[in-house]
Design a protein around this ligand. Structure first.
Ligand SMILES: [Zn+2]
Length: 351
């Protein structure tokens, strides 16, 4: 269903774009393109930036706007941790002018394919590895130290998303120096939204009784968020091999939930497991789903193709915080003032 809707949305976007080139403000070709493209195609060819997960695609496209084409490889709603790129992705990567991944070992197969498919001059830049140092990496429940892969979910922390956005603007400017002012403006507008998100998050957290500021989730994606906002991640249901937990582990988790006194635990839509429900039932607590790389509702992660103002990285975090607040005794309405729309494309508003 989602794919059909996405296809329809893309068709509509394509149809809507059939206005003459001259009637829209299109960015001028960059020197790099002029040197590699033939004269009659250069006005239509944009630089191509390839990204990986939906939240990163959304952040990158908010800065890139209409100057650069942004394509995300990992489909929304897919398990990004076990994702294997398709042969067609090699094709896309072979045309990329810049590849932006999260890093911290999240997209190893995709980065490997990128290395073997990309043009020689194209850079693969890992946003996460350049946001924090290895010393700040977190190893925890589903990402134990002995396995060597840290918890990669930096973007769930809006503070780190701000760094991602700044790094994206820097690298787009390096790639396309003529777009410097454009990227700077988009960055400024986008950072303002992220600041709002950060501020509202702190207010929501403050509204949750201190004893309830604990998270037990199915998917272990809240480590960096919790460190930032004073929450304690007491556990994760998903084992480090991404299979289902054993009966023994489930019994342990039920005990842990009972002892912690949390009123709710959280599942994940990307991993539709009944285990979270089972644990919640046995421990007599509530359960609801949060998300870390699936944007809410229908739409495109690419800001230029998207028509749903909630289908954004910010929208995902607003939704998460509302779910967390309403299940842990806080005030979800404090998130209502955050504008979750993109700063470019159809959902950009002029407020
Ligand atoms: Zn994840």
């Amino acid at each position: 269903m989602k794919l059909v809707a996405l296809f329809l949305a893309l068709t509509l976007v394509t149809m809507g774009c059939q206005t003459p080139e001259s009637s829209t403000i299109s960015p001028s070709p960059t020197p790099r393109e002029t040197s590699t493209q033939s004269k009659n195609t250069q006005s239509k060819t944009k630089l191509l930036v390839v990204t990986t997960v939906a939240p990163i695609t959304n952040i990158v496209s908010n800065i890139a706007g209409d100057r650069v084409e942004v394509k995300g490889i990992i489909p929304e709603g897919t398990d990004s941790h076990t994702f294997q790129p398709r042969p067609s992705d090699a094709d896309l990567l072979s045309k990329a002018n810049l590849i932006l991944s999260n890093g911290l070992r999240l997209e190893v197969p995709t980065e490997k394919l990128a290395n073997s498919s990309k043009p020689k001059d194209t850079k693969i830049y890992q946003l996460g590895n350049n946001t924090i140092t290895e010393k700040e990496w977190m190893f925890d429940f589903s990402f134990p130290q002995e396995k060597g892969s840290p918890n990669p979910h930096l973007w769930v922390n809006p503070k780190y998303a701000m760094t991602y956005a700044k790094l994206v603007a820097k690298h787009l400017t390096e790639l396309d120096p003529e777009g410097k002012n454009y990227y700077e403006t988009n960055l400024k507008n986008y950072l303002q939204r992220l600041e709002e998100l950060d501020k509202a998050t702190r207010e929501v957290v403050a509204s949750i009784p201190e004893k309830n500021r604990k998270l037990l989730t199915y998917h272990d994606s809240w480590a960096y968020w919790a460190r930032e906002y004073g929450f304690q991640v007491i556990g994760a249901i998903q084992p480090s091999d991404f299979n289902e937990p054993s009966a023994k582990d489930i019994a342990k988790l039920v005990d842990q939930v009972r002892q912690s006194g949390v009123p709710a635990i959280f599942g994940s839509e990307v991993y539709p497991s009944t285990i979270a429900e089972q644990i919640a039932r046995e421990a007599k607590v509530k359960t609801a789903n949060t998300a870390d790389d699936e944007l809410p509702g229908e739409g495109s992660a690419n800001a230029m193709e998207n028509k749903n103002p909630e289908h954004t990285y910010i929208g995902m975090m607003v939704n998460n915080l509302k779910i967390i607040a309403s299940n842990l005794g806080g005030n979800p309405d404090l998130m209502n003032k955050v504008n979750s729309g993109n700063v470019v494309g159809a959902t950009a508003t002029s407020e």
